[in-house]
Design a protein around this ligand. Sequence first.
Ligand SMILES: [Zn+2]
Length: 169
Amino acid sequence: MSVSNWILLSLVNLLDDVKAVAKSHGVCQYRTNNLKDHTKYSFKCSQYRKYPLYGYELKASVPDDDPNSITVMFRDVHNHDDRSQSSRLPSPVRQSVSKYVGIGLTEAQIRAAVSVDHPSTPVSSTKLTSLVQTECRQNRPGIFSVYDFHKWCNDHQDGAVPHSTIVPF
Ligand SMILES: [Zn+2]
């Protein structure tokens, strides 16, 4: 999955040093290979289960004939955004949605407005719907049902409801 080249990180004398380096770089050991003339210790991001795509990797090569000349190399970077990007809309979009919910636009209006504000950001309708619901709930904590939420958003779409307690912005 990764195409990055290995980059030399440091040369150490002891496997304990490798472990210290690994720890400070947020990786854990996952594989040991006994190769022809050296032993390879492979490490990957301690959170690789949460962030399975790409990610920081470390490896240490211990030469059989010189076990105190350990080469530590790394590649890639910690990439902890993949998961949050897949489950959350990007923050500029979230801000727009929050703003439009605040001024009482309906979900359809918000969808249209967001696509104008962020023409290059694909916004899935499922994510938008759930974000709008969340924002509506935060604006009006008493509302939990989808029906109420739609009704409330509709009621507030152009400030037509008298005695509204909602103060836009
Ligand atoms: Zn990581």
